[in-house]
Design a protein around this ligand. Sequence first.
Ligand code: GLY
Length: 400
Amino acid sequence: MYRLLCLLSFAGLALNAAAQKKDLLQPKPTVLRLIDGNLRQAVNQYKVLMGKVPADRMPKTFYANTGRLETSDAGWWTSGFYPGTLFELYSFSHDTALGNEAQRRLALLEKEQYNKGTHDLGFMMYCSYGNGLRFADSPRYKEILLNSARSLSTRFHPTVGCIKSWDSKPWHYPVIIDNMMNLELLFWATHESGDSSFYKIAVTHANTTMRNHYRPDYSSFHVVDYDSVTGVILAKKTAQGFADSSAWARGQSWGLYGYTMVYRCTHDPQYLEQARKIAHFLLSNPNLPADKIPYWDYNAPNIPNALRDASAAAIMASALIELSHYVQPAEARGYLDVAETIIVNLSDNNYKAVVGSNGGFLLKHSVGHLPAHSEVDVPLTYADYYFVEAMLRYLELRKK
Ligand code: GLY
């Protein structure tokens, strides 16, 4: 009898704990409603953008002062985000105007599967064709993605243990933290083909980056330059940040997102630990403002008057929502709180454009490359992409 009572009370406690966990991680109805409205507006706003982009180009940014839409060809690193966002919005709305436009734009990207001159094929092809696969189990899309993974793999050097980022001087064998994002394509390729070489390249790159890009406080350098023969580290620098020793905001978000994704693809706890430590650096950073929209660099000289970077915020929100699935409830709630704060603040008129304005982009106030005076305080396709992804990920919490 006593054992039965113990068993029943243990079962009761376990049920109670599970219910408490479920309660703690519930999405907030107010945020769900906000997101629903945002996504409906986003569908209309992307129709505005659709009306502006020439048929053979991809959007990059928009300059409100001159009304100029800047576009790129398919070889530019951001070319996958526009079709990717269209697919994301199609998944929400089932509006065929967006789905058809996404497919039309994929055609522009097709030749990039053979591009061996960039490390950005993950961004370009997986954000576009990878999202396309969610709607059509297309053997052709899969072949294009596999060829893209093959092209990306040619940039891996086993002695360095990394995929090379740029071919330009004065660098020797530069690897930038952003490159973590391109690994998802390689994990997908092994899953799809059974060829483990892609997986091995991805984990080797992740391990080398974890060793050499991260400082003891879990902030990341932007660029590590290696000797291309010996793999010896030549320099740790920045290209887009304020200083070599600073924490460039988008780079920190790429790392957080990257290691969370690598944990999802490998189930190796060392990557989860890495992601948690990066999250701790960011969320406890005295220079992260209360609204959780980072300055463009956590060490920018003129904080609190430094520019904010909405793209860094959107990437961080999306990563934190994913990371919340892999940790204990109290920690998960902390990540969701920050993600909610970011989504709510990016939804404010200060950041989110009124439909018909901002050249058809969703968000204002991102920083592309401040030291080069390029794309400073402007809309950017990747800010929109990760903002929409974060909102869709938040909606998914309803199913948990
Ligand atoms: N990958 C380039 C950037 O984040 O600006």
